[in-house]
Design a protein around this ligand. Structure first.
Ligand code: CP
Length: 352
């Protein structure tokens, strides 16, 4: 069904992005660079002392306007593993509660020394505004319904670890759930179609709104380097013979009335349960970006089954975020006069 894109290895590609807001501007060779750098970071995490001086003295600030456990903790852990100084801003206890604007908050954090800003915001596009006014690097930890690029990268890394040969070309990946509100699904569309996966998005029609048009626009190869993807409300068709089955959270906090009759009905029609997952390949893996509503989009026994790689996703998040912090900071240093070679030096240290 899906015309697989043809990834190339791109072993000599350099990282030239100042920010990471979504994967739409990241090429396949650059994604492969992130994957290789993540493997090196996993090597560091396997050592007795999980710390290298690659970002020694660099200042990373996390600014989260929405709740987070994994993204925030793994970014802060990643930054500390690279010896960066970490400042964590909780909007619940900051001057945001007194009406301070996003622009003022970012200008303030920069005046206080922030060099790398990791942010999550409920408004789609907020990181683009941040990137316009912040002189350092902006890393998107999730914005509205728009994008969650580091989640998609850790998903890709985890899939490659489990799919034989680490090559997703032609491998069937079914993403099932609340696609409409999912920044994870939107970023995964970019990375998985670049990887050549046979991608299927599945959910009730009300939670797939707009996806048919997006899929149709790409069906003719409109976006160079990206294969087509499938959109369906037939969960059996989506999951059948899949190599990867990913559930997505029903985002009750973003749900408008009328999109679902009830959670019970959703679970009856779309829950990833033993019967549905048995339609996938015998060695298929089950994923979820978490947090999850166990008993709604995924049955508890499937979430904790031998097929589940959900905790691998969580722990791979640290290595992926170490790779991204390192690549962004390295690219920045390499662009400064007198810092030529800093990127290579940091790379050698990470690889040591
Ligand atoms: N997957 C994810 O983004 O989790 P958090 O909301 O806990 O960061």
């Amino acid at each position: 069904m899906t015309a697989a894109a043809a990834p190339t290895t791109g072993s000599s590609v350099a990282w030239n992005h100042r920010h990471l807001i979504d994967l739409d501007v990241v090429t396949w060779p650059e994604i492969e660079l992130i994957m290789r750098t993540t493997e090196q970071m996993k090597g560091i995490l396997a050592r007795p002392i999980r710390k290298v001086p690659a970002l020694n003295g660099r200042r990373v600030t996390t600014l989260f306007y929405e709740a987070s456990t994994r993204t925030r903790v793994s970014f802060e852990t990643a930054a500390r593993n690279l010896s960066a100084d970490v400042v964590s801003v909780s909007t619940a206890t900051s001057s945001v509660t007194k009406g301070e604007s996003l622009v003022d908050t970012i200008r303030t954090l920069e005046a206080l020394g922030a060099e790398i800003l990791v942010m999550r915001h409920s408004v789609s596009g907020a990181p683009y505004l941040a990137a316009e006014i912040f002189s350092g690097h902006v890393l998107n930890g999730g914005d509205g319904w728009h994008a969650h690029p580091t989640q998609a990268l850790l998903d890709l890394f985890t899939m490659r670890e489990h799919v034989p040969g680490g090559d997703l070309r032609g491998r069937k990946v079914a993403i099932v759930g609340d696609i409409l509100h999912s920044r994870v699904a939107r970023s995964n569309i970019w990375s998985l179609t670049a990887a050549g996966a046979d991608l299927w998005l599945c959910g009730p029609a009300t939670l797939l709104r707009g996806m048919d048009r997006w899929a149709g626009a790409w069906a003719g190869g409109a976006i160079p380097g990206h294969g087509r993807f499938n959109v369906t409300s037939d969960i059996n068709a989506a999951v059948k013979d899949a190599d990867v089955v990913m559930g997505l959270r029903i985002q009750r906090e973003r749900m408008q009335g009328g999109l679902l009759p009830s959670l019970r009905e959703y679970a009856a029609m779309y829950q990833l349960n033993a019967e549905r997952v048995s339609l996938a390949k015998p060695d298929a893996i089950v994923m979820h970006p978490v947090p999850m509503n166990e008993g709604v989009e995924i049955a508890p026994d499937i979430a904790t089954s031998g097929r589940s790689v959900i905790l691998d996703q969580v722990s791979n998040g640290v290595a992926v975020r170490m790779a991204l912090l390192y690549l962004l900071a390295g690219a920045h240093e390499a662009a400064q006069p007198g810092h030529e070679g800093a990127h290579e030096a940091a790379h050698a240290e990470a690889a040591r």
